[in-house]
Ligand binder design. Structure first.
Ligand code: FEO
Ligand code: CA
Ligand code: CA
Ligand code: CA
Length: 657
């Protein structure tokens, strides 16, 4: 049995996992300070609601329209009211239409979804669980037809399967996975590629389209680049060190300039069980990643997920995966040149000289920000010529200095400490143990780097840092100890050149409730009580260069609000102003977001709806299949809550926001 406290929830994973895995920094404590920052704590305290009135500026007290008129904001929409309930909510004047739900057909011949009788074979033909990254790849240059690419990060068994939960002393206990259930879980992971079309103003999936595809934890993949074929990637099943089955915990991702789909492998440690053989050479490597995490029981039925039986298998996960979506039979490639860690995502931009730069976050407390610069140049006229750009280039890790400058430190074998004396025999060793290489180079330990979004028009990139309640010692780029609400760092690359090895940085926002002085949030005074957010996770820059931020964890901290999508000004007088555009149902996390190039649609992913509800008065107890806090989006007694991708459009058409 698995207790509720051990359930695999990425939002809370860091809390469950202890103080972070970087052995080089300072940490521990923090929880006591963090408790001070919970909303419940504040409301009990003497500051209470009086503090809200006392610290809100006169400008914020003006009528919303008046405030907007004074603002130089690049956004103009009526804000959603923050809060918690069973449904989702979008700004007035917009439609939020459910496009694809867990279990929906991806192929015309897929079976109808029956949650009481799910099978691996059915799930392999249906939309997977816990949609996270969403990308849109137009077909033939059309604005109303393209491929939606969606990651399925992980599974919530207690919400997916009937009859597996018992309540013990107010806590959920989930039965261990049977072989059938483990195989369904594996089929619900991975990704989906599906053609969608806009018909009469509404997006819909095209089930008989030739490029539709499900990728799962069993799909055959190829390891490529400098670490491919290395002894440390060989297993009893794969003497080549180049052939691996499946991708797991695909969090955020990207779409490359040449139209391939990137899936980032993040919290891979949870999928492994067992014990390494005594004295095994990978012991320190796996400790640094928390392998084996033991959240899933797949290893009981597939020995490659048992490190005692197959000690090298974890080295074949934790990579960036590239999928050629134009060939539904293509073998996805794990691009080892981009390093191995808990990859959040891989958003990219074409630099001035034609090389392509990928920004990479390693989502763990006290871990690092990276970028990868391709050796070759992007050729906009020859797609095939770009298909292996990700196999050659330079991986850098970031050091943020106190004076507001920064340096990108190359992870190159033979340079500085990255030598055989420190256990790096080759570039492959550096890529397999990227975190340890970053430690030795003196990279800056960050507060959980998530999505990093470059703005091609300005030479800047926005780093989402979710939180780090274990931080005891601030540094300039992570200025708050016990950082419960996270922040956003803005990088300005030298001369606006994304390939630069130096740059400057600023804090765009310290997140959290600005009406509570102790939190230290820095939203502009025009930000309303709905407009502030905590725990920034994913981000998008739209075609007008505007920043959108989605969050992970607001509903977990008793903040009185769910996660959602916020529009954030980055320029001029309005810089640091945020407003709420869309919010998710209880228990959910907001993923995506993906604005289309013509800005008429914003795709968002509602992940793990109904996962929680203890703190919400509408439920007030644990949520599981038989007793759900919400049955979004169907609200049918015979249908469980379902993660889903939502298409947001303006009523009557037109540009968003
Ligand atoms: Fe899957 Fe970093 O969140
Ligand atoms: Ca994330
Ligand atoms: Ca993004
Ligand atoms: Ca997330």
């Amino acid at each position: 049995m698995t207790k509720q406290s051990q359930l695999f929830r990425t939002s809370q994973l860091e809390e469950a996992d202890g103080p972070g895995l970087n052995p080089t920094g300072n940490r521990t404590m923090g929880d006591i300070i963090a408790a001070r920052f919970s909303r419940r704590g504040f409301l009990k305290g003497s500051m209470a609601s009086a503090a809200i009135a006392a610290t809100v500026s006169p400008v914020a007290l003006l009528a919303a329209d008046e405030a907007r008129a004074q603002s130089a904001s690049v956004f103009n929409f009526p804000e959603v009211e923050a809060g918690v309930d069973a449904d989702h909510h979008v700004a007035e004047g917009y439609n939020a239409d459910v496009l694809l739900r867990w279990g929906d057909k991806v192929f015309a011949d897929a079976p109808e979804f029956d949650p009481t009788n799910q099978s691996e074979a059915a799930q392999e033909r249906q939309f997977g669980y816990n949609n996270d990254y969403v990308g849109f790849i137009p077909l033939d240059g059309a604005t109303d037809r393209g491929l939606l690419v969606v990651n399925h990060e992980y599974t919530n068994e207690h919400l997916m399967f009937p009859g597996i939960v018992t309540m013990q002393n107010g806590e959920l206990e989930v039965a261990d996975a049977t072989e059938d259930r483990a195989n369904i879980e594996m089929a619900a992971h991975g990704g989906t590629v599906i053609e969608i079309r806009k018909v009469d103003g509404k997006w819909q999936p095209v089930l008989d389209a030739p490029l539709n595809r499900r990728i799962t934890a069993k799909t055959e993949m190829q390891l490529t680049g400098p670490a491919a074929g290395h002894d440390r990637l060989k297993t009893s099943e794969d003497a080549s060190g180049r052939k691996v089955f499946g991708t797991i915990n695909n969090c955020a991702g990207g779409v490359t300039p040449w139209g391939t789909y990137i899936m980032a492998e993040e919290n891979i440690h949870g999928y492994f069980i067992g014990e390494l053989p005594e004295g095994h050479r990978e012991a320190a490597n796996y400790d640094r990643l928390g392998v084996p995490g033991g959240s899933y029981q797949w290893g009981n039925y597939h020995k490659r997920f048992d490190v005692g039986a197959e000690p090298n298998e974890p080295n074949r996960f934790g990579w960036v995966v590239e999928v050629d979506v134009m060939d539904p039979n293509s073998v996805p490639k794990k691009r080892t040149a981009l390093g191995r860690f808990k990859h959040e995502g891989a958003e990219s931009v074409v630099a001035k000289d034609g090389r392509v730069v990928f920004y990479l976050g390693d989502d763990e407390r006290f871990d690092y920000v990276y970028k990868f610069v391709t050796a070759g140049k992007y050729n906009p006229d020859d797609r095939a010529a770009n298909m292996d750009l990700l196999d050659e280039g330079t991986l850098y890790v970031a050091r943020f200095d106190e004076d507001g400058s920064m340096e990108w430190l190359p992870l190159v074998h033979g340079e500085g400490p990255l030598t055989a004396e420190n256990g790096f025999e080759s570039q492959a060793d550096i890529l397999i143990e990227t975190r340890r290489a970053g430690d030795l180079l003196g990279a800056t330990p960050m507060d959980r780097p998530e999505d990093i979004q470059p703005n091609p028009a300005t030479g800047r990139a926005y780093v989402m840092l979710t939180n780090n309640t274990k931080r005891e010692e601030a540094n300039a780029a992570n200025p708050r100890v016990a950082n419960a609400f996270g922040h956003i760092v803005e990088i300005l690359e030298a001369d606006g050149d994304f390939t630069a090895t130096t740059g400057n940085w600023e804090i765009l926002l310290q997140c959290g409730d600005p009406s509570v002085a102790e939190v230290g949030a820095t939203f502009s005074t025009e930000t309303t009580k709905n407009g502030w957010f905590g725990m920034p996770d994913n981000a998008a820059i739209d075609a007008d260069g505007r920043l959108w931020v989605s969050t992970d964890g607001n509903s977990m901290g008793d903040t009185g609000r769910t996660d959602g999508l916020w529009a954030v000004d980055t320029e001029g007088d309005a810089r640091g102003t945020s407003r709420l555009f869309y919010r998710v149902p209880v228990g959910a996390e907001m993923c995506g977001p993906c604005p289309t190039e013509d800005m008429t649609t914003m795709f968002v992913a509602v992940q793990h709806p109904g996962d929680g509800g203890e703190d919400w008065e509408g439920h007030g107890r644990p949520s599981y299949y038989e007793d759900l806090s919400t049955r979004w989006p169907d609200f049918r007694d015979d249908m469980p809550v379902r993660p889903a991708v939502v298409a947001i459009t303006r009523q009557g058409g037109g540009r968003i926001g």
